[in-house]
Design a protein around this ligand. Structure first.
Ligand SMILES: [Fe+2]
Ligand SMILES: [Fe+2]
Length: 257
C-alpha cells in the first residue's frame, strides 16, 4: 500500500528530502578534496580539465535519460497536463538552447576554453567512476519507479548550486572569462530559476513531480531502493566520481601523493 499524502504533507516531505540531500551534497561533494581545492584555487587546472572531459561526456548521456523519462513515465504524466507541458519544455530546453543540439554546445564552449578536444567529449569512453553514476541512473530509470527517478533527480537542484561555485572558482582563481565558463552560469540559472521565457527551473520541476506522485498515491518504492536511497546514492556517486578524478590525477602525477 502506498500512502496518499495531502498537498501540505507532500510539500513538507519533499522539502525535508531536499534539505537532507543538500546536507549530503555538502558533505560528499562540496567538502571533497576536488571541490575544496577547486574553490580555493589550489587544484591544478589540468585536474579540472580531466574532470570536465568526463563530466561533459556524462552530461550528453544523462540528458537523453531525462528525455526517455517522458516515455517511461508517460502513464503518470498523461494524468497531469500541466506537468506534461513542463516536462516537454524542460526536455526542449536541453536540446534546443541556444540551438540544436542544445546544452552540449555550452559544454563544448567551456571544453574549448580548457583545451579539450570536442571529439573526446562526444566519443571517448569515460572513467568507471563516472560510468557507475550514469548506470545507476539508467537502472533506476528503466527498472525503478517514477518516485525513485524523481528522488534521484533532486540532484539537479544541487547541480545548480554547485555550478555557481564552479563558475566563481574558475573566474576568480583560474583567469577564465564568463563566456568561457558559460556551461556553469547557464546551469546555475536553468536548474534554479525560471529562464528562457518561462521555462520552469529544473529543480522546481523535479520537486513538483515528486510532490504530485506523493499526493496521488503513486509514489511506489521498491525494497532495497526507494526514494531516500535513490536520492542519496546519486549524491554519493558524484562524490565517487570526484574521488576517481583525484586517483587519476595522482597516478598521472598531476598532484602530489
Ligand atoms: Fe543542461
Ligand atoms: Fe538541468
Amino acid at each position: 500500500m502506498v500512502q496518499v499524502f495531502t498537498r501540505d504533507q507532500a510539500q513538507a516531505y519533499v522539502a525535508d528530502l531536499y534539505r537532507r540531500v543538500a546536507e549530503r551534497w555538502e558533505e560528499r561533494v562540496m567538502q571533497s578534496e576536488f571541490m575544496t581545492h577547486l574553490c580555493d584555487g589550489s587544484l591544478p587546472l589540468s585536474v579540472f580539465r580531466l574532470f570536465f572531459r568526463n563530466f561533459g561526456t556524462f552530461t550528453i548521456e544523462i540528458n537523453t535519460m531525462v528525455a526517455a523519462s517522458y516515455q517511461r513515465y508517460l502513464h503518470f504524466f498523461r494524468q497531469y497536463p500541466d506537468l506534461m507541458e513542463a516536462l516537454g519544455e524542460k526536455i526542449a530546453d536541453e536540446f534546443i538552447h541556444p540551438r540544436p543540439p542544445g546544452h552540449v554546445l555550452l559544454v563544448l564552449q567551456t571544453a574549448r576554453a580548457l583545451d579539450i578536444d570536442p571529439q573526446e567529449i562526444y566519443t571517448a569512453p569515460y572513467l568507471p567512476e563516472f560510468r557507475c553514476r550514469l548506470d545507476f541512473a539508467r537502472a533506476v530509470l528503466y527498472e525503478g519507479t517514477p518516485a525513485e527517478w524523481f528522488a534521484l533527480s533532486s540532484n539537479e537542484e544541487m547541480i545548480g548550486h554547485w555550478a555557481g561555485a564552479c563558475y566563481t572558482a574558475l573566474t576568480t582563481h583560474y583567469g577564465l572569462t564568463p563566456e568561457q565558463v558559460v556551461y556553469f552560469s547557464k546551469h546555475h540559472e536553468a536548474d534554479l530559476e525560471e529562464h528562457d521565457e518561462g521555462v520552469m527551473g529544473h529543480g522546481q520541476f523535479n520537486r513538483l513531480v515528486l510532490q504530485r506522485l506523493l499526493e496521488s498515491g503513486q509514489a511506489w518504492e521498491r525494497p532495497t531502493y526507494g526514494i531516500e536511497y535513490c536520492a542519496m546514492t546519486f549524491v554519493d556517486l558524484f562524490g565517487v566520481s570526484l574521488r576517481g578524478i583525484m586517483d587519476v590525477a595522482r597516478r598521472q602525477r598531476l598532484v602530489p601523493d
